[in-house]
Design a binder for this molecule. Structure first.
Ligand SMILES: NC(=O)c1ccc[n+]([C@@H]2O[C@H](COP(=O)([O-])OP(=O)(O)OC[C@H]3O[C@@H](n4cnc5c(N)ncnc54)[C@H](O)[C@@H]3O)[C@@H](O)[C@H]2O)c1
Length: 262
């Protein structure tokens, strides 16, 4: 199994629809040992969801905007493990006025929150957990919705935050390569999760993905994304870093809608 002997920390698992849950399921199937993090009111949901995993992983408290929380989570992790091999950042948030078509009117405080939670926090976690990875290398993976070349309807400042996250991925890859730490993002197609339910017009993506993705796309099936993250956490992609790996049915590579199959 490709993650046997690997110790992986996953930040950002909420309920069973969460991409984080699919990553946890697939990582356990691949032989990984897991630690999870959650925060605030989400903690009880994460605890319920974690009961479905086998073995049930421990969950640490960590609000990614609080340096003290990150330091405490690092300390708690190092009490349990002398190293980590992988860290998954599956965390994003934008205040309601930063999404939904009010791009021109969003106030800076909301933009700042979106950028801090959804992009800057990846750097914060990478630096915080570096002492547990720097001796032997490892893999950091974040979750992206591709904003490398285009704007989306309604996605607004979350889209800008994802562009920032893509850039953070490349700069982390630049600065952590010396420790043999790889840093990559999985660009997932749209999936029906708790976070997605807060994005106005999200349902519309179903139709456009159906028309354009050559492999097709199912908004309810998070497993392909979970498996791609597992591949990036494994040693099979040991010379891949600073990369955006698309798991979107091929949507990003098409220039127009596909004709219906004959
Ligand atoms: N659902 C999609 O269509 C889709 C597509 C591509 C990428 N993504 C990305 O995947 C990641 C996971 O999202 P999801 O769709 O599984 O939804 P989700 O709601 O299950 O996950 C989002 C997580 O972010 C956590 N979070 C928010 N603010 C936090 C904070 N301050 N500190 C710590 N944790 C915090 C939440 O607790 C939650 O666990 C996000 O980065 C999201 O943008 C989602």
């Amino acid at each position: 199994m490709i993650l046997t002997g690997k110790r992986i920390l996953i930040a950002g698992m909420s309920d069973r629809r969460s991409i984080g849950y699919s990553i946890a399921v697939e990582a356990q199937k691949a032989g990984a040992e897991l630690l999870l993090t959650s925060f605030g009111r989400m903690m009880s949901i994460t605890q319920m969801t974690a009961k479905k995993l086998n073995p049930v992983p421990e969950i640490l408290e960590m609000d990614v905007t609080k340096p003290d929380d990150i330091a405490a989570a690092v300390k708690e992790t190092s009490k349990r493990w002398d190293r980590i091999d992988g860290l998954v950042h599956s965390v994003a948030y934008a205040p309601p006025d930063a999404l939904g078509g009010e791009f021109l009117n969003t106030k800076w405080e909301s933009v700042a929150t979106a950028l801090q939670v959804s992009a800057f926090s990846f750097k914060e976690l990478a630096v915080g957990f570096l002492p547990l990875m720097r001796e032997h290398g490892g893999s950091l993976v974040t979750l992206d919705f591709d904003n490398s070349t285009q704007a989306w309807p309604k996605y607004d400042w979350m889209g800008v935050s994802k562009s920032a996250l893509e850039s953070v991925t490349r700069y982390l890859a630049r600065d952590l390569g010396r420790y043999k730490i790889r840093v990559n993002a999985v660009c997932a197609g749209p999936l029906a999760t708790l976070a997605a339910s807060g994005i106005p017009g999200f349902k519309d993506f179903e139709e456009v993905w159906g028309q354009r993705a050559p492999l097709g796309w199912n908004l309810q099936d998070r497993t392909p994304v979970g498996r791609a993250v597992v591949a990036l956490l494994s040693d099979y992609l040991d010379m891949t870093t600073g990369e955006l790996v698309h798991v979107d049915g091929g949507y990003h590579a098409m220039g127009a809608e596909l004709p219906p199959p004959e």
